[in-house]
Write a new protein. Structure first.
Length: 74
């Protein structure tokens, strides 16, 4: 179904709702938009961080600890 067809169908349904229910739908739509914007921002941030050298230490060899390196609490 095209976006235009979905909008027409949704509008017909929304016209039947009470003002209170319509406000709930509006609140939910605003939540979805904010979440989408947040997801896009997070994805962009992760791509930028991955492309920079700032986090290159993450890819370095990990330090291997032995059991004898652990000290007991007194």
């Amino acid at each position: 179904m095209t976006k235009k067809a979905l909008l027409i169908k949704a509008t017909k349904k929304l016209e039947k709702l009470s003002p209170e229910k319509l406000q709930e739908v509006l609140d939910f739509a605003e939540f979805l938009l904010a979440k989408t914007e947040s997801d896009i921002h997070n994805e962009t941030t992760l791509k930028t961080a991955a492309a920079s050298e700032a986090f290159s230490f993450v890819n370095e060899d990990k330090v291997q600890y032995k059991l004898s390196d652990i000290k007991k609490k007194k």
